[in-house]
Write a protein that binds this ligand. Structure first.
Ligand SMILES: [Zn+2]
Ligand SMILES: [Zn+2]
Length: 400
């Protein structure tokens, strides 16, 4: 039997140097020009057919096995975040204010390592691998849709038609050695909301002549917290976070307007509906009660990310075989969101997590933190499991 873990270990210096190079040169969503160029160069050097510009800066590589079979899409995201890095690592970002703080540098490096491993096994591959290097997972970055949808608009699921897919995330919430492979909904559906609170500006010392949107904002933020605690059934799950408050210019001016922004996360459609309804009632009711005009805007970002049961069982089997030392968690769910959910609505898929923190080396800051970094040993595990799972899943044909 092929030892995928050993092979990934042998390729570690390749994976690591790619990851560190990408880490030093992070690029925001739909601007992954240098990154996409490296991806294309590496895939082409293996003789893999490459298409650039799929979903703006996305790159697709097609590896046809020597045996007939279905088409399996492997997705790796490439974008960084608008964060000023504070890791102090010698491979820290050289692009001021932009940072790979989610691990997508690692995903891209894993994807190229997997391409090497699978390309060497072309003769055993029963089907076609479509390597999908996706831009802008972290948001739309000024475009109408994010990276997954943008690639779908450009036909990434067609020609050849994709039968199933796999994706992964390095996961700093969990230690190295932990692997999360769960069936059903594993990441939440996400909405972004804004509330515009318009009062009447005036002097800070003459509040009675003004309508203060700041006090209305404070009350709305507090009242919204009753939705999860009082309106969502206790055994269901939802998150509502106000993450952004903007208003005012000086200590003695009551501003004309305050803006709130934040996110709602849910797994279940009914719960989502309930939260959205109550949100509008509370924001409007409280704000208008305080004399302000309220505009609520709630926009769906992604649906929940749902793993196909059969494919997930297969990947769990692969994980037990390829990473026997690992702690396999088949129950893990998180309220974070993922635009891979759009592709997973269309094709049966399994999305899994590779534990990557190392407390002893302080590599345990959370995703999107300016000191985020992970144990690079996780790259080896991610590459081994992704490559092995791809072989196994293709061997069994499309999941029903
Ligand atoms: Zn992220
Ligand atoms: Zn991410």
């Amino acid at each position: 039997m092929t030892d995928f873990l050993n092979e990934a270990k042998q390729l570690f210096s390749y994976t690591q140097s790619l990851r560190r190079d990408l880490h030093m040169h992070p690029e925001l969503g739909f601007k992954e020009v240098r990154t996409g160029g490296i991806v294309a160069r590496e895939l082409e050097s293996l003789g893999i057919e490459v298409t650039k510009g799929v979903g703006k800066t996305g790159v697709v590589g097609l590896l046809e096995g020597e045996k007939p079979g279905p088409t399996l899409l492997l997705r790796f995201d490439m974008d960084a975040l608008p964060i000023a890095e504070q890791t102090g690592a010698d491979y820290a970002s050289q692009n001021q204010g932009v940072m790979h703080a989610c691990g997508h540098d690692g995903h891209t490096a894993i994807g190229l390592t997997v391409a090497k491993i699978l390309n060497a096994r072309r003769d055993q591959l029963a089907g076609t691998i479509k390597f999908c290097f996706q831009p802008s997972e972290e948001g739309n970055n000024g475009e109408e849709v994010g990276g997954a949808e943008m690639m779908m608009r450009d036909g990434v699921l067609e020609g050849p038609k994709v039968d199933m897919s796999l994706a992964l995330h390095l996961w700093n919430e969990k230690p190295l050695g932990w692997v999360g492979v769960t069936q059903g909904p594993i990441m939440a559906g996400a909405e972004i909301f804004t509330v515009k609170i318009t009062g009447r500006g005036g002097h800070g010392a003459i509040p009675d002549a003004a309508v203060d949107p700041v006090i209305a904002a404070a009350n709305i933020v507090n009242s919204l917290q009753s939705i999860v605690s009082r309106n969502v059934p206790p055994l269901e799950t939802a998150v509502l976070s106000v993450t952004n408050i903007h208003g005012g210019t000086a200590f003695n001016i009551i501003p004309q307007e305050v803006m709130l922004e934040g996110t709602i996360r849910t797994f279940d459609r009914g719960v989502r509906q309930k939260v959205v309804e109550r949100f509008e009632q509370i924001a409007r009711g409280v704000g208008e009660g305080m004399g302000c005009q309220i505009e609520v805007n709630i926009k769906r970002l992604t649906p929940a990310l749902v793993n196909n049961a059969l494919m997930t069982a297969k990947v769990q089997e692969t994980a037990r075989r390829v990473l026997p030392e690992s702690n396999l968690d088949s129950e893990y769910q998180t309220m974070t969101a993922e635009d891979m959910a759009f592709m997973q609505e269309k094709v049966p898929a399994c999305y899994f997590f590779i534990g990557s923190n190392d407390k002893s080396r302080h590599l345990d800051y959370g995703h999107h933190h300016p000191k985020f970094d992970f144990d690079e040993e996780a790259l080896v595990r991610g590459s081994a499991l992704m490559a092995a799972a791809a072989m196994d899943v293709l061997g069994e044909g499309p999941a029903k």
